[in-house]
Ligand binder design. Sequence first.
Ligand SMILES: NC(=O)c1ccc[n+]([C@@H]2O[C@H](COP(=O)([O-])OP(=O)(O)OC[C@H]3O[C@@H](n4cnc5c(N)ncnc54)[C@H](O)[C@@H]3O)[C@@H](O)[C@H]2O)c1
Length: 388
Amino acid sequence: MADRVLRLGVIGLSRGFDLTRPTLAADARVQLVAAADPRDEARAAFQAEFGAPAFETASELLADPRVEAVYIAAPHQAHVALAIQATRAGKHILVEKPMALALADCRRMTEAAKAAGVQLLVGPSHGFDPPVAWAADFIASGAFGRPRMVTATTFTDFLYRPRRREELDTAQGGGVVFSQAAHQVDVVRRLVGSPVRSVRAVTGAWDPSRPTEGAYQALLTFEGGASSVLTYSGYGRYDTDALMGWVGETGGAKDPEAYAVARGRLETTSEDELKAARAYGAGAAPPAPPIGHEHFGFVLVACESGDLRLTATGVEVHGPQVRRTVHLPMGAATRRGVIDELCGAIVEGRPPIHDGAWGTENLAVCLAILRSAAEGREVAITEIEDNR
Ligand SMILES: NC(=O)c1ccc[n+]([C@@H]2O[C@H](COP(=O)([O-])OP(=O)(O)OC[C@H]3O[C@@H](n4cnc5c(N)ncnc54)[C@H](O)[C@@H]3O)[C@@H](O)[C@H]2O)c1
């Protein structure tokens, strides 16, 4: 049993919360003491599952003195207002990715947290995955010299999972750059360990019925000379889980025979109905139990004297003479690294990696991908003051 239990309130009983829920429920270092969501069925499910109050509004949750910290898992556009409100109530914050949709908002959130003396962390995201954390530490040790090139490739069905209207509108934070590059950028920044200097990118919006970015390719250059090529497609054809032993993004087994399932469902059932059926409290079947670590597809790092390939169970280490496989233990819950950083920051006073400044730079890179694609040129991160 943990010495000190962090009392956490959830704002937004979303899909994001649902994926983090098993970790929060299993970890003795945190206790879910309240939630807020305008949906009746989500509140009823939370009360039944956790025996704790669920409010209709964030204001009511923030007024509850038992809540020490909030996990903001509401849609992207709501993050900034909810985070500022939370700082005014003196609550620590874990906010979902992307931190916000504009750099000015990220800065306001970070400054408000600092002024209120509360911690602000951004997550969960795939930069917390154990193979990423292990490889980042190994690279930072210098055992293989400096990191030089990171290749990260992810093909999913993201664009055809059931969506709210705004999730298909880039101006409102929709599309794969805001939702998915947020993960890929987090992963490669953790691995390289130095700031991004510039971005040259192209984006693809190939389906007029879903008129937002469904794909991108980006070349990132880093201070110190490393580079990274990011490729993402959410068009639901090839699936990079094939390269990860058919372990899915959240660690569960994936059926290799299932093909075009998400697109097929959209053709036969209304999107609102599908979205509602997947929501927390709607009684959907739980996801497949984890058989591997969470991951974000194919990741290969070339250092000066060796290469690292991340897998769903660990890291392949390709040295100058010897190749070995490092198996990383699974643990009870897949997102434990998020609780490590959250409790480390709030309970032990350990500075988190995924703090406000980190989340702000992740967003700056995402905005640079959009700007580079729109303007057809390389964009320096220093040029990204705001996205509108
Ligand atoms: N880290 C991950 O693996 C992961 C996965 C999915 C989503 N997310 C993130 O989670 C966040 C939520 O997205 P989603 O797709 O899961 O949302 P969603 O559409 O599944 O659910 C949104 C929920 O928030 C509630 N809500 C809306 N406004 C609110 C407010 N002001 N206060 C309280 N509740 C409010 C809605 O009623 C709904 O229950 C986003 O930031 C998204 O990027 C993260």
